[in-house]
Design a protein around this ligand. Structure first.
Ligand SMILES: C[S@@+](CC[C@H](N)C(=O)[O-])C[C@H]1O[C@@H](n2cnc3c(N)ncnc32)[C@H](O)[C@@H]1O
Length: 267
């Protein structure tokens, strides 16, 4: 499959940029960070029992390829025996499982910690966490109960976009990474051109209907495209990462830019 090229950071975010103003996600009805976080947590608690099923149905299993590709990107860290890895906004654990699989394949023995603030999401992931000896932690990504400079790798798949304050989330990731540590943020994006039009139709019109049908929660699947729309475009996200101290920030589109991986390093 032909992929659009990887992009690197170009210019700092200007004060007037629309996404410089987008502090973080705001589900309908949320007026500030606290109410946004509460709404997100409640939404994931509610969809947790159907989350895995819906993920695979709605993405037609492409999500598995994205998790694996992201994990493989960090095989140089996962192959080590002493690596400490944090899966941020881990939910039911599929990103953690993909990281574990790569570590195992490379004969590494990374210690993986899966953090999420939705009790129900972690609870539904427990069979996966227990089987792979992954440590689940119930906590807020914006106030990590973790020591400074303690992780070699922080990965977040489809979770970062849901934070009520993106800069605060990046700052916490930066704080807990060791010098030389790396971050990988996998999330949806909005492709342009014909792909964008077709995908936009599926994402905004079809997906919320199927999501509502299976989960009984229409609002959660209307929130998904809305949250992607509010998320900063790649150049702006990269500029935010560099402004907060990360180096070598880049974004690699996956599947024609429907999703993509942000990478950067703590100097
Ligand atoms: C779309 S799910 C992604 C789960 C998993 N990473 C995956 O790829 O399937 C987003 C997750 O982010 C979690 N989340 C959102 N905001 C959070 C926060 N502030 N702290 C911790 N977890 C958060 C939600 O509870 C939810 O489990």
């Amino acid at each position: 499959m032909v992929e659009p090229a990887k992009i690197s950071v170009g210019r700092p975010a200007a004060a007037g940029d629309s996404s410089a103003r987008a502090a973080g996600t705001r589900p309908p009805g949320a007026t500030d960070e606290r109410s946004a976080a509460r709404a997100v947590q409640q939404m994931f608690d509610e969809i947790a029992p159907r989350y895995d099923l819906l993920n695979h149905v709605l993405s037609m299993n492409v999500d598995r390829l994205w998790w694996r590709r992201t994990a493989r990107t960090f095989k140089h860290i996962l192959s080590r025996s002493d690596s400490r890895v944090l899966d941020l906004c881990a939910g039911t654990g599929d990103m953690s499982v993909a990281l574990h699989a790569v570590a195992k394949k490379m004969n590494g023995s990374a210690a993986i910690c899966a953090l999420d603030f939705s009790h129900a999401m972690l609870q539904h992931g427990l069979p996966k966490y227990n089987a792979k000896k992954i440590q689940p932690v119930e906590a807020d990504a914006l106030q990590l109960p973790l020591a400074d400079n303690s992780f070699d790798l922080v990965v977040s798949a489809f979770g970062f976009r849901n934070l009520a304050n993106y800069d605060a989330g990046l700052s916490e990731i930066f704080r807990v990474l060791k010098p030389g540590g790396e971050v990988g943020i996998l999330d949806f994006s909005e492709p342009g051109g014909l792909t964008g039009k077709l995908y936009g139709f599926y994402f905004r019109r079809v997906l919320p209907r199927i999501g509502a049908l299976i989960s009984g929660l229409r609002s959660a699947y209307e929130y998904l495209p809305a949250s992607v729309q509010k998320f900063p475009a790649p150049e702006l996200m990269l500029a935010r990462m560099e402004a907060l101290g990360f180096k070598e920030a880049s974004w690699t589109p996956y599947t024609l830019g429907i999703a993509g991986l942000y990478r950067a390093r703590k100097p």
